[in-house]
Design a protein around this ligand. Structure first.
Ligand SMILES: [Zn+2]
Length: 320
């Protein structure tokens, strides 16, 4: 496990850096009064985090707030495990996420649909957060710590239950997947995290909203902190729009998923000659196609057959 101070009183914890299994699930610990843990990750990573933190005495036992940016299994799946182990903590959740962490049956069901029946072998079980430990936030709510204020910003698009956190001390945003994911082979080129049920318009509005906070830092959940915040925000916005145009045009021409993939790869190669889109992005991209198809057919099908908003993509469920 690696612990690195990445900004003032802000520590990046990579619980799986010395493990064979790592999804790049990063947690951030804010050393403050009280301490705060952002992105607990799955139960597998959260349990590593807890046991190793005790060995290293980083005071996880004193954490008062656990804040997943959203409840997808690799971000918030371990919230229930940690809450049960640390009964004095509160788990800070969007109202849409809160009900599914209190009773995670649907979250578990949808995680199985995406990751298979045996997802627990990788991620560990998704345990409920005791309801008296859930702190449901409202948009723009401010959590006051001794050294800083954390402003909660509702940030839908990747998921309806996504929140971002603006930290007044570092002027950083803990952005989850609201500002894309930066692949190792495409530096400074965040790709939109477009898993179904991706909402393109909301994703773009969220990007604008976060840009208006004028952050100095972005604390990504899958790729660590970045200091060129404005450039990255501009780039993820451009990519989100351009990818949308490419997918929409291809769908209108009746082209296959494979063809869409080729168009996107060609687009990437214009900027990064020889580079490929990461294979796992194929799933992340499926949100675009389902977004456009849903818009196209939504009004022509009976209400009870409409697309199920409860099923999400790579990272699992989008309950309601
Ligand atoms: Zn996600």
């Amino acid at each position: 496990m690696q612990i690195t101070e990445v900004a003032q009183d802000t520590y990046l914890i990579d619980p799986a850096s010395d493990s064979e299994f790592s999804l790049g699930e990063i947690a951030y610990l804010l050393a403050d009064n009280p301490p705060v843990l952002i992105e607990p990750g799955s139960t597998t990573t959260a349990s590593r985090l807890l046991s190793r933190s005790r060995e290293l005495s980083i005071n996880l036992d004193k954490v008062e707030y656990i804040i997943p940016t959203h409840i997808h299994v690799d971000h918030g799946g371990g919230s229930g495990f940690l809450a049960q182990k640390l009964p004095h903590t509160k788990v800070v959740l969007h109202p849409q996420g809160a009900k599914h962490m209190a009773e995670p049956a649907k979250l578990i069901h949808n995680t199985r649909l995406v990751f298979g029946e045996d997802f627990e072998a990788t991620f560990g079980p998704i345990l409920p957060v005791p309801s008296d430990q859930i702190h449901v936030v409202h948009d723009s709510e401010v959590i006051h710590l001794e050294k800083r204020q954390l402003k909660v910003v509702f940030s839908p698009g990747h998921a309806s239950h996504h929140i971002a956190i603006f930290d007044s001390l570092t002027r950083g945003i803990f952005c989850g997947e609201a500002l894309g994911i930066i692949p190792d082979n495409l530096p400074d080129f965040p790709l939109p995290a477009a898993v179904p049920p991706f909402e393109l318009q909301l994703y773009l509005e969220t990007i604008d909203r976060l840009a208006h906070l004028h952050p100095s830092l972005l604390f990504y959940s899958h790729c660590g902190p970045r200091s060129n915040a404005q450039k990255l925000i501009q780039q993820v916005k451009e990519n989100t729009v351009v990818f949308g145009h490419i997918v929409q045009k291809a769908l209108e021409a009746g082209e296959s998923d494979q063809k869409i993939w080729e168009h996107l790869t060609d687009h990437i190669k214009e900027r990064f000659p020889g580079a490929e889109l990461p294979a796992q992005y194929q799933l992340a991209l499926s949100g675009y196609t389902s977004y456009f198809l849903k818009k196209q057919i939504y009004h022509s099908i009976p209400k009870d057959e409409k697309l199920d908003d409860g099923v999400s993509g790579t990272n699992a469920p989008e309950p309601n």
